[in-house]
Design a protein around this ligand. Structure first.
Ligand code: ADP
Ligand code: MG
Length: 613
């Protein structure tokens, strides 16, 4: 080494400030410096590969394209070496002595007086992250160009750096990190192996640690679908999701606009939450060019897609984006939106291509889709189209969809009717369905407790309002009167109602005659704007107390019981009162309203006694 070739330079002022922040304010995730240095090595190898395509003279052209990491516990060093593109003297000064990032200066100005330690989270300052753990870093390098110097760059990360010439470098760069006493853990093989496996398992070049290959798994998501076998997908799924099962669905896609995305998503065979495990953490990892950013990114996908496993890789992300800043960047929001939409469209396609398989998926995972309807208004319509249910037009155990309903909808019908109850049989027998059946109107049957809540949240589908068939205010057309059908006259009906209204005043909002009923004497309807049974139960559970709510009673003037009730109401008031009370109780019970069952039983006994007398 001749003296004239050694030079000492000051860092740019910006670099000094930056280093200061990186070293002193960044407490978490020191280990990522290894990821950063491997990324740089990998970038350098990639650049070399590109160079070799066009240049026929490359220094030491047949060195292996790989990254070699070595640790030395005694010397407390970790060394990351590559046979990549290397750096010339000028490049050393330019690349490691200045910051090109235009936004950095503004950021540093801002952070002078306020604490904003997360520089790494915002800017690509990868190389400097080594100074979180290093007391000094040396970079040995030799450029790919035939005429080049063998150089050594060194800095303690304080004020400046020196560059001098050293003999016998191979092409590429060798970064020697001299660890501070308190960070000597990074000279331990096992510690380093864990870090490399975690962050750099998919780096596209072989990564060796003390002579042993570490990264073994191919970044499958960046390859073309056509060249990947089902078996490879399965292995990849099992490896990344730490799973034993086979993926139920595999979705592999790439997009260029509006963002560059390569994604490989899996739906597991079973829904772990359904099998009694608690809410799952996010299972789709975020990568940028094969390098892990976050294995459980909170904001990447909506929470209701937490059952998905796999990988999303976007080269549009700054590599150093941090967990904290990830959640609220517009970029990640956009990413989330695009992927969510693609996945839902994928499901739509699957449901059409293979309804039986989709149904198996649906039985296990529908809860998440329903959660999505309530949580993500933007995706509501796609999600609603994925719902499956039995309806009054399907055979038992056959399912249909809202689109199926719309295909069959009667001309002029502006509403989609549904009922929520424990089983289809109960709903079919109950008082609400018969009026719709008599008119040939389809009613969708939903049988899960959450459905009430979900459908209420949905409100409409493709321009048609979703209406619960147990609500007041539904206009149904007149049924053609059947010949010889007996019914109370308008006058008699009026007479009955004007007795019932005051008699039942404390229990119901109003009593009216109506056209809905066929086989039931009386039905209780929920006011249009009242919270449904499910909502009321929730409000009670939250200690709010549900608002007092009274149903509207509708009587069926054609029903024998109602006709007889009208006949005896004046002469046998006592008996009529007991019968009216029983009918009311039954109607409220069917409406899922709170009733005193002990009282009903007592009233019934009373009534039966009277009957047998
Ligand atoms: P970034 O990787 O985001 O550009 P870094 O701070 O990690 O930022 O690195 C700064 C620059 O230093 C790189 O852009 C590259 O030009 C150069 N560099 C770093 N490591 C190497 C390496 N191993 N081989 C060649 N050049 C390197
Ligand atoms: Mg870098």
């Amino acid at each position: 080494m001749s003296k004239k070739d050694s030079e000492t330079k000051e860092f740019h002022a910006e670099v000094r400030q930056l280093l200061d922040i990186v070293i002193h304010s960044l407490y978490t995730d020191r280990e990522i410096f290894i990821r950063e240095l491997i990324s740089n090595a990998s970038d350098a190898l990639e650049k070399l590969r590109m160079t070799q395509l066009t240049e026929n003279k490359v220094f030491e052209g047949d060195l292996p394209i790989e990254v070699n990491i070595t640790t030395d516990e005694t010397a407390k060093t970790i060394t990351i070496a590559d046979y990549g593109i290397g750096m010339t003297r000028d490049e050393l000064s330019e690349n490691l002595g200045t910051i090109a990032h235009s936004g950095t200066k503004a950021f540093l100005e801002k952070s002078k007086d306020g604490a904003k330690p997360d520089v790494i989270g915002q800017f690509g300052v990868g190389f400097y992250s080594a100074y979180m753990v290093a007391e000094r870093v040396e970079v040995y390098t030799r450029s790919w160009q035939e005429e080049g110097e063998h150089l050594r760059w060194e800095s303690d990360g304080a004020s400046g750096y020196t560059i001098d010439e050293v003999e016998g470098q191979k092409r590429g760069s060798r970064v020697v990190v001299h660890l501070k006493e308190e960070h000597e853990e990074f000279a331990k093989t096992e510690r380093v192996r864990g870090i490399v496996e975690r962050y750099s398992n998919f780096v596209g070049f072989p990564v060796h640690l003390n002579g042993e290959r570490v990264n073994t798994v191919d970044a499958l998501w960046l390859r073309s679908k056509k060249e990947i076998t089902e078996e490879q997908y399965k292995e990849f799924y099992q490896f990344t999701a730490h799973a034993m099962d086979n993926p139920r669905y595999t979705m592999h896609f790439s997009a260029d606009a509006p963002l560059a995305i390569n994604a490989l998503l899996f739906v597991p065979e079973e829904n772990a939450e359904r099998m009694g495990l608690g809410a799952q953490p996010p299972g789709v990892a975020l990568y940028c060019r094969k390098v892990l950013i976050d294995s459980q990114p909170e904001g990447l996908l909506p929470e209701w897609l937490r059952f998905l496993r796999g990988v999303v890789d976007s080269e549009d992300l700054p590599l150093n984006i941090s967990r904290e800043s990830m959640q609220d960047t517009a970029l990640v929001r956009k990413l989330s939106e695009v992927i969510t939409k693609r996945f839902l469209k994928f499901l739509v396609k699957q449901s059409g291509d293979s309804p039986a398989d989709y149904q198996k998926f649906y039985e296990r995972f529908s809860r998440f889709l329903k959660e999505g309807i309530v949580a993500s208004p933007v995706h509501q319509e796609l999600l609603a189209g994925l719902l499956r249910f039995e309806s009054s037009m399907t055979d038992s155990k056959e399912v249909t969809s809202l689109d199926g309903y719309l295909d069959r909808i009667k001309e002029g019908q502006e509403e989609i009717y549904f009922l929520v109850g424990s089983t289809r049989a109960v709903l079919e027998k109950g008082p609400y369905f018969e009026g719709f059946r008599a008119r040939g109107l389809e009613v969708a049957f939903f049988t899960e407790a959450v459905d009430d809540y979900v459908l209420e949240g949905l409100r409409e589908y493709k321009g048609k309002k979703l209406v619960a068939a147990n609500r007041a205010g539904i206009e149904l057309e007149d049924l053609p009167e059947e010949k010889g059908e007996e019914s109370l006259s308008d006058e008699e009906t009026e007479g009955l109602i004007s007795w019932l209204n005051p008699a039942l005043e404390s229990r119901v909002a109003r009593v009216d005659a109506g056209k809905r009923l066929v086989n039931h004497p009386m039905v209780a309807l929920l006011p249009e704007d009242a919270p449904n049974a499910q909502m009321r139960a929730m409000m009670e559970a939250m200690g709010q107390g549900a608002p007092e709510m009274k149903a509207k009673l509708e009587i069926n003037p054609r029903h024998p019981l109602i006709r007889q009730l009208a006949a005896i109401q004046e002469d046998q008031r006592d008996l009529a009162t007991k019968v009216a009370a029983q009918l009311t109780d039954h109607a409220l019970l069917a409406a899922g309203m709170e009733v005193n069952t002990a009282e009903i039983a007592e009233g019934m006994t009373d009534l039966l006694g009277e009957l047998l007398d």
